[in-house]
Write a new protein. Sequence first.
Length: 409
Amino acid sequence: MDRTTEKDEKAAGTVQEEASTVENGAADEWSVYFSENFWSQKHRGKPGREIRLDHDFRWGDEQFRLLSLYLCEEGAVLDLCKSFSREAFHEFKEKWKESIEKANKWTDREMEQFEMENPSSMGFGIEMHLDSVSLYSCGSCGMGWSPDFPDQSDPEVRQFIKHYDLGEEKCWTVQRSSFALREDPDGAWECGEEQVYVDSKEQSGEETLSLPESPGYMELSLSQQQRPVLAAEFTLEGTGQAVRFTHPVSGREYEMVIRSVEKKKMEDLAAGEDEITSRFRMPQWYTEIIYTLDPEPAEGGLLIRSRSHGDDPIPVENQDDGASCCTVIGGADGPTSIFLAGKFSNRKAEERVVHTAYSSMYFQPTEVKDWEVLFYIKKKEDLTLQIPIAEKSMQDGKTSRDQTKQREE
């Protein structure tokens, strides 16, 4: 009797597991949904129709592949990846393995250096056109794979690699990007399970856009994110101080003159003013410097910031579980600061535009002496790709991919 009961329970459990798998869309079949990440279990809308691309290209010294385009009711989804060498990733891991444990105390420059040296980093934006239809980026998500550290990778990345036949012997960064038909502030979207898409034009009865049923070509515009590059460090002495520095790429020389230095308190961060300040005691004191530049920067953005970490928010006692972390500007990922890069003021000094910079924040008035000057720089030129699209069956796609591999060999 007991054996029969145990057998029946196991059978019932199997049926429930199978039903749950189908409901959550975790079956073996491959499906991609608009504006959802790799880990979504509940899906909204219908899966996209896959068009294999298998288009390899180089950008600078990096190798990429456009994998598949998915046509959805709300827009399009693009899967792509970047390959990088195992040796480069191993060197990167070795260099940073000790300091990574103290990442919550990193300065901004340490974080930026980590990102710039990481061979798996993507760090670029994409604009898409399908025939004459312009689409708008509305979120991306990514995963990484290294054959030397398989346990540190998401299990979903194996499914991705298998579907696209990438090979687990290489290092990969994979990315999924969604593109909406309309750039509409009323249409809220996020890359995640809580994504909601609202087409206000459709609700109002106006004509709605749609994707080409069989697009003839896809145009992608790739633009690398600007990275801050150090130009100078200086010790703040006071009003009238002149700091000279050189653009790290163009070699153009600049002079910054400090017009005023003042310690200020941000009263908006007083305790209990909002949800965050009711849970955390926030640092309120910062240093403001006002300065002029000669000449005004013509190439890229300029950032003046303090090099110190500042004080972290302190959790208020007797809070519920889960109230032990806080997201603020800078936050745990760097100095808790309110610096504004190149902020323009209506005031003028000697007919020059006045700029303002802010330090990290502290609980008490603090002498902030160490500062740095950085320029935002792109290390790669923008790239435009025009890809002819011909819909293929999955088998045709694999055949094309195999032929590409043979040509490479």
